[in-house]
Design a protein around this ligand. Structure first.
Ligand SMILES: CC(C)(CO)C(=O)C(=O)O
Length: 426
């Protein structure tokens, strides 16, 4: 689709067309900071950080680590991030590192360590009454100009809460995550006031990257990032100059291969990726097999069609796509099945990100994938039994494995105890 064709006005005003200039300025004429903070140093966080520091005239990059142990490991290491591509490893240095420890969350609320260890008899009701608590590093109030979020969807609120006091309307937050519904949750939980909300960018990643260690990863599949600046609600200038500047910096990286697309096109690409993830991720998690295992299996093909029937129907009824041409065909069950099959074939040997989480007993992104379909289905009058069922099955399986793992762990709380799990409970 033409970038200027969906109501964004004159293409020359469109931030997608802006180039990175040496010292961009905002509307008041003050210089825009090129300093970039990255929260989440999983495989994607490492690839982005490494790619940014590989640029000629690279921007300053600060890694925000949420565990003291990881910061100690960084300090004791040669302080580089290494990425291996086609068997060649390149290390990059020059990163700043800060600690942004997350607090403990229970029933969607921040809790103290004591409450985490000794929950009240009715935790939901007791916690609902309490104001939210400061996070461990709340005394650091240095403003953050650009924040790239690469933690997984379920960890986003806790990660942003850890640096909440450093974010404001002049901040640009760039979300690089699987799943949908995260920005709405961030608005509800962290930035309810549209006036003081940061500007958002969002990206959909098709790179294949796997973590090999704390600060090392392998870039196995060259992909791209489709990216869009999310227009600001109720503001005259829908796109801030600083968001356009961050997009321009990211677009300079040949490794990341960032393409700016319009919000309408972005939404559709996001929904296509969501539909593929809503099949491959839960099915591979439930059968505990690589992506290719869902192909050429009559029983699983039936399950895939049942799920896709609901997904296709919900998408075709979404109000935000009402005036977009060709939605019915683009999201027909047949076309989605073709896309899922191609993706499963292309990544046949991969362990899906959800299966990797389930195997470790970690919280998965299911609430932001099949759970998102169920929620949107309710809004448009479609009850998604199939998607609800797989959501519960994946959660159930993760819970069983989590319980098995905790039975293996002796619980020893020492004076310097730092909880290894800083996630909210599902
Ligand atoms: C495309 C796919 C399914 C690749 O494994 C993926 O995005 C994931 O694992 O989350």
């Amino acid at each position: 689709m033409d970038e200027g064709s969906d109501g964004q006005g004159n293409p020359s005003d469109n931030p997608l067309h802006k180039r990175d200039s040496p010292s961009p300025q905002d509307r008041s004429g003050s210089r825009i900071s090129k300093k970039i903070h990255i929260i989440g140093t999983g495989s994607i966080g490492k690839l982005v950080a490494h790619s940014l520091r590989s640029l000629p005239n690279p921007p300053p990059v600060t890694l925000l680590l949420h565990k003291g142990d990881n910061k100690d490991a960084w300090d004791a290491s040669n302080r580089t991030i290494s990425i291996t591509t086609n068997g060649i490893t390149v290390s990059r240095s020059g990163f700043d590192v800060e600690l942004a420890r997350t607090g403990w969350r229970s029933h969607g609320k921040q809790v103290s360590l004591d409450e985490w260890i000794h929950p009240p008899p009715d935790p939901g009701a007791a916690l609902a009454k309490q104001p939210s608590r400061p996070v461990p590093d709340a005394d650091n109030t240095d403003p953050i100009a650009n924040l790239i979020v690469t933690v997984k969807a379920p960890q986003t609120i806790a990660a942003l809460e850890a640096v909440r006091q450093r974010l404001g309307p002049l901040t640009t937050i760039c979300f690089l995550q699987n799943g949908m519904g995260i920005v709405d949750e961030v608005n509800k939980e962290i930035f309810p006031d549209p006036e003081t909300r940061p500007q958002y960018l969002a990206g959909i990643i098709t790179h294949g990257v796997t973590s090999d260690g704390l600060f090392t990863a392998t870039h196995a599949g060259q992909g791209s990032i489709s990216m869009c600046i999310i227009p600001r609600e109720g503001k005259e200038d829908k796109y801030s100059a600083s968001a356009a500047a961050l997009l321009a910096i990211l677009r300079r990286s040949p490794t990341l291969t960032v393409m700016g697309i319009t919000p309408t096109e972005f939404l559709q690409v996001q929904l296509e990726k969501l539909a593929a993830n809503a099949i491959i991720n839960p099915l591979t998690s439930l059968i505990d097999a690589n992506n290719g295992a869902i192909l050429n299996n009559n029983h699983l093909t039936r399950a895939i069609r049942l799920l896709l029937g609901e997904i296709s129907l919900v998408i075709s009824l979404l109000p935000e796509l009402k005036d977009v041409p060709n939605v019915k065909r683009r999201f027909s069950t047949q076309r989605l099945e073709w896309m899922v099959t191609n993706l499963a074939r292309g990544t046949a040997a991969n362990v899906s990100s959800m299966l990797a989480d389930v195997r470790q007993g970690k919280q998965t992104e299911i609430n932001y994938i099949n759970g998102y379909i169920c929620r949107r289905g309710e809004e448009v009058g479609v009850t998604c039994f199939m998607n609800y069922l797989v959501t519960q099955l994946v959660k159930g399986k993760q819970h069983v494995i989590d319980a098995e793992h905790s039975e293996e762990l002796p619980l020893a709380f020492t004076k310097n105890f730092e909880a290894p799990w800083t996630l909210s409970k599902q």
